[in-house]
Design a protein around this ligand. Structure first.
Ligand code: ADP
Length: 938
């Protein structure tokens, strides 16, 4: 028994001992696996899993070990194999294909409840309801243990024996459950790490791709990382930058602070919670400075503050700014070139227009003119005026476009504005059977504040169109004013019973150069600029324009503009009635009121202009006032004249653009002479330059006024009244009839080979009184010019340019088209330094010009014979003496009288002298004439 007992107990002990050994072995295996799983000494996840599971599998005779994870789907809970270890394949393999995602209800309907409630499944497969499933992948016995994390049914571990049918023992199960948990934990952690790594990679990819440089500092202000952008910018690697942060900044920043100290200070301030934005200079590995804007912010990383620095490279922005500045400069230069071009162009166009309009106006005043000539002259005058308004329109438009059109508001009278417009409109109506009505009320304000000229322009444009596009019926101008605080809204409309505008064209009316296509207005002059300018002017005055039109019936253009309120006085019944009745007088052309010129014979004025023609026009207009008008062709002469102090001029009319010293400099120098007279004498600019701002410029240079060319006689009259007219002196003179000789030379036909006399004459409105002296001057002066041209060489090519330029001008002035063209070509050639071609073509120019001079001379001799004057031996000595005296006293009327006497005869000797005197007088070099006469007489 004992034996037996002993034997029994010994066997039992042995079994227990064996059992305990087995258990200890199992525990040891589990511990080893735990160490492997938890310490993660192996390098990769795969290696950890393989090594860890092998410890368990060997000890517990497992052939396969897989981890399954649950996921919630619309059709219920799914389980999917996410990890599989397989003895057969010698280690870890990827999840079995087709088992990655299986719906519990489909593949093992019991498991969801069973495992979900914490039960395990421990059995040979053969006796399980899931036998078919398990057998399908070769499973013989199985231990399935659910996995819970945070009390959630996370998934299960499937431990398989592919050889023996068995139930796992309870003790083993306990340990296998721990092993399964460890294993799943490792899978989960690996997953998380992978996700974190992915996220990190994603973050750094974003950071690296960012256009901003990026630096991260730890809480000791030490750099711990940067992005690719910054490394590339600094031409280094991330690692090198991180380790040698201070090498990538110049020693000092722009504000003189030491870079390293300042960097640490700024990072520390950020770590203390400040958010900083500042400019910072970095330097590349090669020492090139790079301007940055840095934003420093604080963030939390692993429970500690870090500072994040974002560097925005200003280099690019600075470059772009520089580029923009350059582009702006270029645009401004182009714009300036355009303005200059327009200024020049307007100058060039206005100068001949000056001649056309100015001279025709003068001639038209002569009532003795033949009716035919009068009519033709009127046509020329009208054409000139049209052309001038076109030039003005183009200028206006370009000024508006370049934003240069500024309003010049003044206080103005409504009555005079309306009066001017009515007068103009009635003039335009001519003989057309159109009734013009004015619809105004007597409560219109008497005064407004605004740019009356621009308001007039708007109304004139609309009324001109109404007249142009209406052949009969009526035109009505309606005006009202509505007060709103300091604003007076002027609301006006122009209605006509004209041709109207087709509906489809109405929207295009305000496009530049747009004209309604229609047979009916094919013969009507226009450019399509009027309405765009009108609209832009209205918009400039904060207003709007509106059109209503019915094709074939008529149109109404209405608008409102902002004007300033001045006071409460109104037009009143009387003025309103007068204005209205004025417009109701019969629609015949009202002859423009004749200008009544004051007698200014007590006054002396000086005109300075480099162009003889302009001098002729200006002095022609001024002489009508019986003034002494002296002319000079350059600024220096004017300064000398004023410096000499005699005669004392009442005003100086000064051309703006002159070669050498221009009008402005001349005026400045005159003022600088310092005498009371030089400081005070009114200087009035004559300018063909209508670019915005010239008025200010003139005033800034101490001009008293300016008159635009073509000279408007009314404008000139106003200027003279203001600056020259003197009541006291007027009363002292007896109103003698004009001494100006108005007689014109007889109409003649002049034919000269090489000269387009018609063209030449047309420059002076057909005035042979101007043209013939010019021809005489041409033949007198050209030979000397040609002598100079003959001497052309490499050394004097520059002065050749000037001389040939002069010949071009004088030839153009008489209509010598061919010589002008040749001279122009040679001017261009010499300007470009092409001596060879100059030499090749100079000879022909000289020969042709000489032939021309000869031809003119011959023709003039014929002419003189036909108009033969008495032939005297020499100029009368008495007359010369008188002339000398007049010259010494600057007595211009006296000089004119003597010259007229001298001109009555031809002279055998001294003809050159008379010619010379005449030229000197034209350019007002009267002192020289006095000198010469003195020497002759002594
Ligand atoms: P322009 O009259 O110089 O051609 P505008 O810009 O003043 O240029 O006018 C543009 C076009 O609008 C004109 O060509 C004309 O066809 C049309 N138009 C303007 N006003 C009227 C009007 N009152 N009645 C009919 N058509 C008009």
């Amino acid at each position: 028994m004992n034996d037996e007992n002993t034997g029994l107990s010994g066997r039992y002990d042995a079994i227990v001992a064996a059992e305990m050994r087995h258990r200890a072995k199992m525990e040891a295996a589990l511990n080893r696996a735990a160490v492997i799983f938890l310490s993660q000494k192996e390098e990769t996840f795969e290696a950890i899993m393989t090594a860890g599971i092998r410890e368990i599998a060997d000890e517990f005779n497992l052939d396969r070990f897989s981890i399954w994870r649950n996921s919630r789907h619309p059709d219920g809970l799914h389980g999917g194999q996410i990890y599989r270890w397989d003895r057969e394949s010698g280690g870890t393999t990827v999840p079995t294909k087709g088992l990655e995602d299986m719906a519990y209800p489909k593949f093992a309907p019991r498991w969801e409840n069973l495992l979900g409630s914490g039960e395990i499944i421990n059995s040979p497969a053969r006796i399980l309801p899931e036998e078919a499933l398990l057998k399908s992948f070769g499973c013989v016995s199985v231990l399935i243990t659910p996995l819970f994390f945070n009390n959630i049914f996370w998934g299960f571990a499937l431990l398989e024996d592919l050889r023996n049918e068995r139930f796992f023992e309870d003790d083993d199960i306990e340990m296998l459950r721990s092993a399964a948990f460890l294993c799943a934990n490792t899978v989960i952690r690996a997953d998380m790490e992978r996700e974190i790594a992915d996220a990190n990679e994603f973050n750094s990819a974003i950071l690296d791709a960012s256009p901003l440089g990026f630096t991260i500092f730890d809480n000791n202000a030490k750099v711990i990382g940067c992005n690719d952008t910054l490394a590339e910018l600094l031409k280094t690697t991330k690692k090198y930058y991180t380790e040698h942060f201070f090498e990538f900044m110049p020693e000092y920043q722009g504000d003189g602070s030491k870079s390293a100290d300042k960097a640490i200070e700024l990072v520390k301030r950020t770590l203390n919670g400040e958010k900083l934005v500042f400019e910072w200079v970095l330097s590349t590995s090669s020492g090139e400075p790079i301007h940055n804007e840095v934003t420093l912010v604080r963030a939390m990383h692993k429970g500690k503050y870090v500072a994040l620095g974002y560097q925005y490279n200003l280099q690019e922005r600075k470059r772009r700014e520089r580029e923009l500045a350059r582009a702006r400069e270029a645009a401004e230069a182009a714009n300036q070139a355009k303005s200059a071009f327009l200024a020049n162009m307007s100058h060039e166009l206005r100068t001949p227009l000056n001649v056309v309009i100015g001279l025709t106006n003068l001639i038209l005043e002569d009532e003795r003119l033949d009716k035919n000539i009068m009519e033709n002259l009127e046509k020329i005058n009208n054409a000139g005026t049209t052309l001038l308004s076109l030039v003005n329109d183009v200028l206006d438009l370009s000024k508006i476009e370049s934003g240069k059109l500024a309003l010049s508001p003044v206080e103005y009278h409504m009555s005079s504005l309306l009066n001017d417009i009515i007068t103009l409109t009635i003039t335009r109506l001519g003989e057309k059977p159109i009734q013009f009505r004015l619809d105004i009320t007597d409560d219109l304000p008497d005064k407004l504040y605004g740019d009356d000229l621009r308001v007039k322009q708007v109304l004139t444009n609309l009324l001109t169109n109404a007249v142009k596009y209406t052949s009969e019926g009526s035109i009505e101008l309606k005006a009202r004013c509505v007060r709103e605080g300091d604003t007076m809204w002027m609301e006006a409309s122009v209605s006509d019973t004209g041709m109207g505008i087709p509906r489809e064209s109405v929207n295009n009316l305000f496009l530049e150069y747009y004209q309604v296509e229609s047979k009916a207005n094919r013969h009507i002059e226009g450019t399509g600029l009027g309405l765009p300018i009108t609209r832009k002017l209205i918009e400039l005055m904060d207003g709007k324009i509106n059109v209503e039109s019915e094709y074939g019936k008529g149109s109404t253009f209405s608008f409102r503009i902002r004007q300033g309120f001045v006071d409460d006085t109104v037009l009143g019944a009387d003025v309103t009635e007068k204005l209205k009745s004025f417009s109701y007088t019969d629609n015949k052309r009202i002859v423009t009121q004749k200008l009544v010129r004051a007698n200014l014979s007590y006054a002396k004025v000086l005109v300075v202009d480099d162009m003889q023609t302009n001098l002729d026009v200006a002095s022609g207009i001024l002489r009508k006032y019986k003034m002494q008008v002296d002319c000079l062709t350059n600024g220096q002469a004017a300064i000398d004249r004023i410096k000499a102090g005699t005669p004392v001029y009442d005003a100086i009319f000064m051309d703006h653009m002159m070669p050498g010293m221009d009008g402005i400099e001349t005026a400045d120098r005159i003022r600088a002479l310092g005498t009371e007279y030089a400081k005070k004498v009114p200087i009035i600019a004559l300018t063909a330059n209508a670019i915005q701002g010239t008025d200010k410029m003139f005033y800034a240079h101490d001009f008293q006024a300016f008159v635009t060319k073509p000279i408007d006689v009314m404008e000139m009259d106003a200027v003279l009244r203001k600056w020259v007219y003197d009541k006291n002196r007027e009363s002292a003179i007896s109103d003698t009839p004009s001494t100006v000789d108005d007689s014109e030379e007889k109409e003649i036909v002049i034919e000269i080979p090489g000269v387009d006399t018609e063209k030449g004459l047309s420059l002076y409105a057909g005035d042979t009184g101007i043209y013939l002296p010019l021809l005489r001057s041409y033949i007198a002066n050209t030979p000397a010019t040609l002598e100079k041209l003959k001497a052309v060489s490499a050394e004097n090519l520059q002065s050749y340019v000037i001389t040939v330029h002069g010949l071009k001008g004088t030839s153009a002035g008489i209509g010598a088209e061919q010589v002008r063209a040749q001279a122009l070509e040679l001017e261009n050639l010499s300007r470009s330094g092409d001596l060879q071609n100059v030499l090749a073509k100079n000879g022909k120019l000289i020969a042709d010009a000489e032939a021309l001079v000869a031809a003119i001379k011959e023709r003039l001799q014929q002419y003189d014979c036909q108009n033969a004057k008495p032939r005297l031996k020499a100029p009368d000595q008495e007359l010369l003496a008188k002339l000398g005296e007049c010259c010494e006293n600057y007595d211009m009327s006296g000089i004119d009288e003597v010259m007229a006497e001298l001109d009555k005869a031809d002279y055998e000797e001294g003809a050159d002298l008379v010619e010379w005197i005449r030229e000197k007088i034209v350019v007002s070099e009267i002192g020289e004439v006095a000198e010469r006469i003195k020497t002759i007489r002594n």
